[in-house]
Design a protein around this ligand. Structure first.
Ligand code: 2IT
Length: 444
């Protein structure tokens, strides 16, 4: 396929949807070789059908704040592809949310979910609502208004939303309560629920834990051990917390976390009570990380990102495009061994090119962070069976799934010189599964 021509037509149709166009270009570029080997894909227009969502819902979310003022936000649900299972993917509540971000996340989710080995289609949703600084009552009223619209389009076998940035256990609880009332049923329609009403053990830890299981496999494949390695982490939310916790349990030393205000550098390592404090910081809802530096007496570097540190492993855990070409050059000059995206599309295309050109082990979010949605899939299974598995059981299955994702990346991403191109491996493995399913099911 002529990628440039394809992308030109797509950007003419969807101008200004930069994140979406970036995600599509990345996938098409890496699958192009295998696509040409399968003329049946071209004939069935698999690429054209895959890049366009099945449908998009946008809706108005009016609610009343604590002062009695009426507020209006926009809600979205992008149901991208359900060839291999019900639509599945998180909800993001953040002021930056727009259609391009929803579409890029939904598109990525298709391939990520295919890699999990579970029967899950791809979707994403959310709102430009900002939960930071809002009272619990405001968040509840917003979630109720959001679900009043969304509930018609979702269901335990249709579309199963979960959390993402700005949507944690509190938001999922309020959303679930409203769904249950409106639909008059108690089913596993959302994942990331609290444990008392159908949530799964290990779901809060799953994204970060899964990422570290994957990173350990990457290092092992290259003949290295994670123990004793230094790690830079960005972000300080749920994903960063899980990653820091598992990294420290594995004997690595986490030296940074970050927020929109800058990063903290803790050269003695973030472990034990310091990791517990991350939860407190997040709950404070101020979106700043500097209180960590004050509390533990370590340097705080305002308005900068931790990629200027000399570390063995870099784990972007905050948001898309948070690591650019300059950051990549800094890491490479400082002899980084491994860069694994825990956030979705954490690195810019220019940064990824630099890592691949310099033979730095790099893996994309759709492989590294797939542990989150995997345990969501396990939550759906437990809900459908009306049982609860132990933490050990869920963790064991998460571990197995991450190893299988790693194996798929290796088998589809092996280069002639023996190195692994994880970007290509993840994209090709995820794509092939979905493409074959679409082919078998005809033009629908
Ligand atoms: O990006 C992601 O994979 C998530 N936010 C989790 C999605 C899910 O359905 O658990």
């Amino acid at each position: 396929m002529d990628i440039e021509k394809f992308m030109q037509a797509l950007s003419a149709k969807h101008p200004n949807e930069n994140e979406y166009l970036q995600a599509v270009r990345e996938v098409l570029t890496t699958i192009n070789d295998i696509y040409s080997e399968h003329p049946e894909f071209e004939k069935a227009k698999i690429a054209e059908r895959l890049i366009e969502p099945d449908r998009i819902f946008t809706f108005k979310v009016p609610w009343v704040d604590d002062q009695g003022n009426v507020q209006v936000n926009i809600g979205y649900r992008v149901q991208f592809n359900n060839a291999i299972g019900p639509y599945k993917g998180g909800l993001r509540f953040h002021p930056s949310v727009n259609l391009s971000i929803m579409k890029f996340l939904g598109f990525e989710q298709i391939f990520k979910n295919a890699l999990t080995t579970l029967p899950l289609g791809g979707a994403k949703g959310g709102s430009d609502f900002n939960p930071k600084g809002k009272s619990d009552a405001e968040v509840m009223r917003f979630c109720q208004a959001f679900m009043t619209e969304l509930w018609r389009y979702i269901g335990p076998e249709t579309d199963v939303p979960a959390g993402d940035i700005g949507v944690g256990a509190r938001e999922i609880g309020y959303l679930y309560g409203m769904y249950r009332k409106l639909a008059h049923e108690n089913t596993g329609v959302l994942t990331g629920k609290s444990i008392e009403f159908g949530g799964s053990l290990i779901r809060p830890e799953a994204t970060g834990f899964g990422a570290l299981y994957f990173v350990r496999e990457m290092l092992k494949k290259a003949g290295m051990d994670i123990q004793g390695k230094t790690v830079a982490i960005s972000g300080f939310g749920n994903v960063a917390w899980g990653a820091a916790l598992k990294a420290s349990q594995m004997g690595a030393k986490v030296v940074s976390i970050s927020g929109p205000d800058g990063y903290v550098y803790d050269e003695n390592g973030i472990s034990g009570e310091k990791i517990d404090y991350m939860l407190e910081l997040r709950a404070s809802c101020n979106d700043i990380v500097s209180p960590y530096a004050e509390k533990f007496g370590v340097p705080f570097i305002p308005n900068r990102r931790p990629w200027e540190l000399k570390v063995d492993i870099a784990l972007p855990c905050a948001t898309q495009n948070e690591l650019n070409a300059e950051d990549a050059s800094n890491l490479i000059n400082n002899k980084v061994l491994c860069v694994a995206e825990v956030s979705n599309m954490g690195c810019t295309p220019e940064a990824i090119d630099l890592f691949i050109k310099n033979k730095i082990m790099y893996a994309p979010g759709k492989a590294v962070n797939a542990g989150g949605v995997s345990v969501s899939g396990l939550e759906m299974t437990q809900n459908a069976m009306h049982i609860t598995w132990t933490a050990e059981e869920v963790d064991k299955q998460l571990h197995q799934i991450m190893n299988k994702i790693h194996e798929q990346c290796v088998s589809f991403g092996k280069e002639k010189d023996g190195t692994i191109n994880y970007l290509k491996g993840a994209n090709v493995a995820g794509f092939m599964k979905v493409a074959k399913a679409m082919l078998a099911q005809g033009i629908v």
